[in-house]
Design a protein around this ligand. Structure first.
Ligand code: HSE
Length: 381
């Protein structure tokens, strides 16, 4: 039996609490909350020291979200010799090397399976794959909120803002949904996935990211007329220059696996030397699926897991200059660079000839600063 100190009692925290309450091998000993509620009054702690200084607690489960004080609390727990399980992608992505090295040094486990893929056991699958195969690339739909929005826009012709509010009400979106719709949430999940898949440390800020905040119903109608679906994809691939990695709206064939992913589901794939392509589909967000992956991590610790998923931590340079692809671009103020690339029109936008993804994403970021309604999407090769 392992005792848990739970940090946070929000969407995921409540899921963990209820799932653990029905088990005999795990027990919730204390819950750190800002405001207690009757249901958990007997377990409520107001100060992190009540948990990290409690010798009867073996695992600290952090499901508060946000960078601070989550980072400090995780460090305090690891320093105190406790295993840590977290669903917090922001903290793991930003402090990857520090936290994994601290866990290894203290001889305890640090697990974060729920941080990428929600309820899909994606990170543990990467861990298992790389111990006997070589992963070359990862790619997929890694955010439930944006898939929910894009799916509703495609299937129901729904309006962006209305569906975003629905995704928030269903508990899929981050506290600040900007992290979902601007692609930052995917970037964090991509960084953690790439680090584990390739045994490296990808600097989060080096991964260019463009979200779906500005996608319009007219864009979607044009994509559908041309046989495409728009999905917000994260991708990372080893190259001769280091690693090509980015987050961008992508037009996939209406017949592709990605196009058929509904609602808040995720679909994440890897390409490996022996196994070829393997794809994993499932609930990418929401209380019970995410909590289930947190509980699975606790059970892995019960069965003896220590340290992190991998040991290798090579530094890597992100470089998308060698990735050539066509883009859909809609902007009210076209410039000479874009005019030089334009090949044809698609609804309210243009299709470019193949251009380096690095160059296009740099241009798009600058252009969006000047004209906030700009939208781009890569055409899947
Ligand atoms: N906001 C995230 C999503 C939650 O929508 O995918 C799960 O990580």
């Amino acid at each position: 039996m392992l005792n848990i100190g739970l940090l946070g009692f929000g969407v995921v925290g409540q899921g963990v609490y209820h799932q653990v309450c029905s088990r005999s091998d795990l027990a919730i000993r204390r819950i750190l909350v800002r405001r207690s509620r009757e249901e958990i009054e007997a377990l409520a702690a107001r100060d992190i020291r009540e948990i990290v200084e409690d010798d009867s607690i073996h695992i600290v489960v952090e499901v508060m979200g946000g960078l601070h004080p989550a980072y400090e609390y995780i460090c305090a727990a690891l320093e105190a010799g406790k295993h840590v399980v977290t669903a917090n992608k922001a903290v793991i992505s930003a402090y990857y090397r520090e936290l994994t090295e601290l866990a290894v040094r203290k001889g305890v486990a640090l697990r974060c399976t729920a941080a990428a893929g929600g309820g899909i056991p994606w990170l543990t699958t990467l861990e298992r794959c790389r111990r006997m195969d070589t992963i070359h690339a990862i790619r997929g739909i890694m955010n439930g909120t944006t898939n929910y929005i894009l799916d509703a826009m495609h299937r129901q012709g729904a309006d962006f803002d209305a569906v975003l509010h629905k995704a928030q009400a269903l508990g899929y979106a981050e506290a600040d949904p900007a992290a979902d719709i601007d692609g930052d949430d995917i970037r964090r999940k991509l960084v953690i996935s790439a680090n584990i898949a390739f045994g490296c440390v990808v600097p989060e800020e080096a991964v260019p990211t463009f979200g779906i905040r500005t996608i319009s119903a007219a864009d979607v109608a044009a994509f559908q007329a041309a046989g495409f679906a728009c999905k917000l994809l994260g991708s990372a691939r080893l190259t001769e220059q280091g690693m090509a990695a980015r987050v961008e709206p992508t037009l996939v064939s209406e017949h592709s696996l990605e196009a058929s992913v509904p609602e808040n589901y995720n679909l994440i794939s890897y390409d490996a030397a022996l196994l070829g392509r393997q794809s994993f589909f499932g609930q990418g967000a929401g209380r019970q699926p995410t909590a289930a992956n947190v509980v699975q991590d606790c059970l892995d610790i019960l069965q003896g897991a220590t340290g992190f998923y991998i040991r290798s931590m090579e530094n890597v340079t992100v470089d998308n200059s060698g990735v050539m692809q066509r883009y859909y671009v809609r902007t009210p103020s076209r410039d000479a660079w874009l005019d030089g690339l334009a090949e044809e029109t698609m609804g309210p936008g243009i299709i470019t000839r193949p251009v380096s993804a690095g160059e296009m994403l740099t241009w798009a970021r600058k252009q969006a600063g000047q004209d906030s309604s700009t939208f781009i999407a890569a055409l899947d090769a």
